[in-house]
Design a protein around this ligand. Sequence first.
Ligand code: MTE
Ligand code: HPA
Ligand code: MOS
Length: 750
Amino acid sequence: MKNIDSYTHLRGESVYLDDIPVIRGTLYAAVFDSPIAHGELLSVDCSAAKDLPGVVRIITAADIPGENQIGGIIADEELLASTHVHFCGMPIALVLADTEEAARHAVKKIKADIRPLPVITDPREAQAKGELIIPPRTFILGDTTSAWAQCTHIIEGRADTNGQEHLYIETQGAYAVPQESGVIRIHSSTQGPTAVQRTAARVLNLSMHKIEVDTTRLGGGFGGKEDQATTWGVLCALGAHLTNRPVKYALHRMEDMRMTGKRHPYSSDFRIGLDKDLKILAYEATFYQNAGAAADLSPAVMERTLFHCTNAYFIPNVKATAYSCRTHLPPNTAFRGFGGPQGMFVIEAAIAKAAGQLGIPATAIQEKNLIRTGDEFPYGQIADSEAPACWQQADEQYHLSALQKEADAFNAANPLHKKGLAVMPICFGISFTKTLMNQARSLVHVYTDGSVGISTGAVEMGQGVNTKMLQVAAAVFSIRPDRIRINTTNTYRIANTSPTAASAAADLNGKATESACRQILERLKASAAADLGTEPSAITIADELVCINGVPSSLTWPQLVMNTYVKRISLSELAHYTPPGLHYNPATEKGHPFAYHVYGTAIVTVTVDCLRGIYDVDSVKVVHDFGRSMNELIDRGQCEGGIVQGIGWMTMEEIVYDKEGRLRSNALSTYKVPDIYSVPAEISIRPLQTDKDNLAIFRSKAVGEPPLMYGIGAYFALRNAVKAFNPGAVLPYDAPLTPEKVLMGLYQIH
Ligand code: MTE
Ligand code: HPA
Ligand code: MOS
């Protein structure tokens, strides 16, 4: 089934925040944000701004009626700076004006007197100074200390990954509209409507039931709106509360890039030990996460780095420690993969470095150490592994050794172009790592004409979750898809939602929807049985017809619905779902945090132009563990999008902050994201056919984040191509591997 949004997307009729009709009297907001990264805020001078034409009000920290606090995990982040600024782009004042232009013009007239304080941008420096967001955490399996003695080869090194700008097409924004009795409705481009609601209530000193958050869809979130949409929702709510007028703020691209956090850069040290048969016996890693100036989601992201630090491999002795380091960058946040990719890059770097020193292909080490069913992850969960199956199928279907031979032959024949190949296995745990977040509710109404309305906590952001919810209801009821409507995500209909994140939205909300539909179906069946003079167990519904023992009767779905209504039987249900079996003990760092894992293997081939350092990703050939995909089109789209986003992170997207903590890559002219020309000429995606009982909705495994990590293969393929040209090149494991770095590597002399 096609994505149900495709029709309105194509016609330009889909509603995003900026498409909501604006009510007369609406004020437009703009933020005055800190021009320096760290300092004492001595005074804010709004005198030249406040009397400008169109300016209605300027709000600072002192005007906040409740708590000046937006921290989700840790209360360490002010909405508007009061005494100190902690990053360039930190909001200081909110201007409300009759037009957007007037608001932005007034912002330029505001002056802040800030006494500069020392700026830290490097996570290792922050760690050395004790600037940590939370105490470090360590995951341990076996005993690395005694394992080193058994290792034939021990290799050490360092690996760095840079951040990544989310670059959702729709920038951050919100529109807050006062209702009667002090209620405020916030239209928010957020992945987490409840976070916006909870935080607005806290800042405005209102009960949560006075804040309604409504989200139709996002023009992309990618994690950037899991926590960081809250700022804008709450600022608009604050403006609306203080002026009793609607307040809208849709950020301009450069405001968004400057003021919001990104994927966490990491700097890491590794040590890997192998026996003579290339079995990895021991692995130690230390991760320095660049959290930015406040916690935001960094502790959870850091935790996922540890969960995924051994990627798809089984290593019997592991010790991994992570530090969440406070710097003076905008607080970094969720980004597709949520710390997992950063952890996986380091183990892949360790394997690549070991292979390089042993003079063997990395694949020899990778394949040998894939995790198998029954093996234990460092956090105690036992694997039900598809890693070897994915690898084998990729090898068989794409002929790995033939591909390598082809590349070698090409390299022998071409002095100025070199091909590189790398294999990237992945393993990604599905569930929020915070166990309590794994819950969802779905409200299903069947209307008397047989049409169906569904509300869940899931937010549609392009990933197709609404289509999947609709498919669930259509399958359970066995009715036409066009009878079903997925409503906006709204905190008045569904309360206490987890954000749409962790790739888990379809599972959690889908299972809740399935449960609600089944409960209604049972009532409908009982009603039909009474009308048709049979047992409920004999009743099924197939293609909108009631069947008795599989034989269609003349009773249609709409008639059945109406008959049931007439009997005063409820046609609505609110169902709750939480996956069984999840537990985790942070004291021991052991448990069963994930409902299941998603596996896959990608073979990535690149060609480097050795005169210019530019390159193409020729092909990404994947075998991906979809379980039993409930929507192949959508799932393929998620794979393709994730792969290209991952390649972007690994090869071209280069975030640059200067030493003063100012974002230099602050526009699309200075920050390069993949365009259509950077998309690999071939992306093949073959499913690993499995049909195992699992906790995925309709056995269709979560697909939102895992494919991004195939992109890591592009980094290692590029390295291999550079080495084919310049075998002596010693390249640091430092992503992204931009054309500039490739060029340096090609001509590096040692
Ligand atoms: N796909 C699109 N088109 N747009 C997005 O913003 N976000 C990704 C992924 N795929 C995203 C996307 C991220 S970060 C997550 S966690 C999942 O979708 C969330 O949706 P799901 O739980 O329904 O998979
Ligand atoms: N993944 C994504 N988002 C999250 C998670 C997670 O594990 N935990 C909290 N927010
Ligand atoms: Mo996705 S990073 O969990 O929003």
